[in-house]
Design a protein around this ligand. Structure first.
Ligand code: GLU
Length: 510
């Protein structure tokens, strides 16, 4: 029987989810689901300096938001952090005794040693190496200590770290699922620290111990770990453990091909959620950063389930993936188009964008659900983000301000403009409620009226067209040169507001 695949996402609690980390989580999750393996979340919180309040809750809520379903490791259940699984705890700070025990084992077997070097000595050593143009590396001074010397220093409570004793001869090689064979000369490897002076393990140690004890079969992580992996492999071998398979994911890059950084824009998934990008779009966008379905497929829109079906870790690219926000905009607008008006309204209001947008200063009537849904019906195809409601069409929420001259169509006199607006006013006054309620009926009536009006002025031969009627109407309703069609604007605004705005135009003209 094929060995069951077990993978893990192992974030550190930084207080936000970097897009790159989210992509690691996503690929790891897709891989597990596709292979019917187990997806585990483990918290790597052994860096005491980087403690952030509520970071764990935020991180786990984000995985829940994304719709990842998993039953082993750390997760949020009814708003509380819980751990499940038979190889826990899954929070590293609760595993300190385990790391100490394995460090002791490694020391006893001669694969690790105590190092008492002070930070000052290490800094001095580093400077000399840099001056001599050598790669900075621990010089193994403490490897020469006798067991008596070590015992003495320990009895005197001298601070110490535990270092890995690297095998420096030969090469270490491994088959990366994405990059193929990776070979590194062992002489380049440093005697890295396994246990810090505060007694906490380093990431470099804990990841190996945990991946082994948690029976992880495939390790998926960013390419910044490629060069450390040989050291990890030596650790597995020292302990006589099976080495898992590795897949190193490519970097995310800015448009100028530099590493994606905060300086050039937002890097936290939370930032994109706060901006109003649709969840489906964020997940889809991140999935395509460094992966495509291959086999000549040009499909770009994938639901999470479709991603599960199409995902193959072999199709993850080797080279860095450029973070192209235009693509995210496009995807988000595509997913918005697919939503029903009720769903779209629900999402906008749930995410709090009604309070944040123009809507908050609008009249009571304009804040009604019915009114807002009409706005969305007209705007849906033009929205990029949930927060864009009213962005391009302010006049749906505030009285328009405009120069009176804008009302005149192509050199028409104020008198002609006045006539067109009065005509519109008379028409709108007589429309029945049923006609007001139907978007296409309103459109038909307005176009017919505009056509008849142009005829009455002499038609095409006289250089007349629908614009003579529709232009002043558009400006009176919106104050803008560009807007949805006048009939759509009238449909949203409704009788009372349309009449009021036409009257305002008349008084501006008189
Ligand atoms: N805690 C590490 C990080 O956030 C995890 C790397 C790994 O997956 O091993 O980069």
């Amino acid at each position: 029987m094929k060995e069951k695949i077990r993978v893990r996402f192992a974030p550190s609690p930084t207080g936000y989810m970097h897009v790159g980390n989210f992509r690691t989580a996503l690929y790891t999750y897709l891989f597990a689901r596709k292979e019917q393996g187990t997806f585990i979340v483990r918290l790597e919180d052994t860096d005491q300096k980087r403690y952030v309040e509520d970071a764990l809750e935020k991180l786990l809520s984000l995985l829940q938001w994304a719709g990842f379903e998993y039953t082993e490791g750390v997760y949020i259940e009814n708003g509380k952090v819980v751990q499940k699984g038979d190889v826990g705890p899954y929070i590293q700070s609760e595993r300190l005794e385990i790391y100490k025990e394995y460090a002791q084992q490694a020391i006893s077997a001669g694969h690790a040693y105590h190092c008492f070097c002070t930070p000052e000595r290490l800094e001095e050593m580093r400077k000399e190496q840099v001056m001599a143009k050598r790669a900075p590396m621990y010089d193994r001074a403490c490897l020469k200590l006798s067991s008596e010397e070590i015992a003495k220093k320990r009895a005197a409570n001298e601070p110490f770290v535990v270092r890995q004793k690297i095998i420096t001869e030969g090469m270490t090689e491994y088959d990366d699922l994405i990059r193929g064979k990776v070979i590194i000369k062992n002489e380049l490897l440093d005697d890295q620290i396994l246990i810090k002076s505060d007694g906490y393990p380093t990431y470099n140690f804990a990841n190996v111990i945990d991946d082994h004890l948690m029976r992880i079969t495939h390790v998926t992580r960013g390419e910044e770990y490629i060069s450390s992996t040989p050291k990890y492999i030596q650790l597995y071998q020292n302990f006589g453990w099976e080495v898992p398979k590795f897949a190193h994911l490519p970097l995310l890059l800015n448009a100028d091909k530099s590493k994606l950084s905060k300086r050039q824009g937002d890097v936290a998934v939370e930032d994109y959620i706060a901006k109003g990008y649709l969840k489906e779009a964020i997940i889809n966008f991140v999935a395509l950063l460094g992966w495509n379905p291959g086999q000549g497929s040009t499909q770009e829109l994938f639901s999470l389930e479709e991603l599960v079906q199409s995902f193959d870790i072999k199709n993850v690219h080797k080279s860095g993936a450029v973070f192209d926000l235009k693509k995210l905009d496009w995807m988000s607008s595509e997913y918005i188009k697919k939503l029903s008006i009720d769903e779209l309204y629900e999402r906008i209001s749930h995410a709090g964008f009604l309070e944040k947008s123009l809507v908050k200063n609008a009249s009571h009537e304009m804040q009604s659900t019915e009114y807002l849904k009409k706005v969305l019906l007209i705007e849906r195809d033009r929205l990029t983000k949930l927060s864009d409601i009213g962005e391009q069409n302010e006049f749906f929420f505030v009285e328009p301000h405009y120069e009176t001259s804008l009302l005149h169509w192509k050199g028409n006199t104020p008198q002609m403009t006045m006539e067109a607006i009065e005509k519109a006013l008379a028409l709108f006054e007589t429309l029945s409620d049923i006609e007001w309620d139907k978007r296409d009926t309103l459109e038909r009536i307005l176009l017919e009226t505009a056509g008849d009006y142009a005829q009455s002025l002499g038609g095409i031969e006289a250089g007349r067209g629908r614009g003579d009627f529709l232009w002043p109407l558009r400006v009176a309703l919106t104050g803008a040169q560009k807007s949805p069609s006048p009939s759509d604007c009238a449909f949203v605004l409704g009788k009372t507001m349309v009449l009021k705005r036409l009257q305002i135009a008349i008084s501006k003209l008189s």
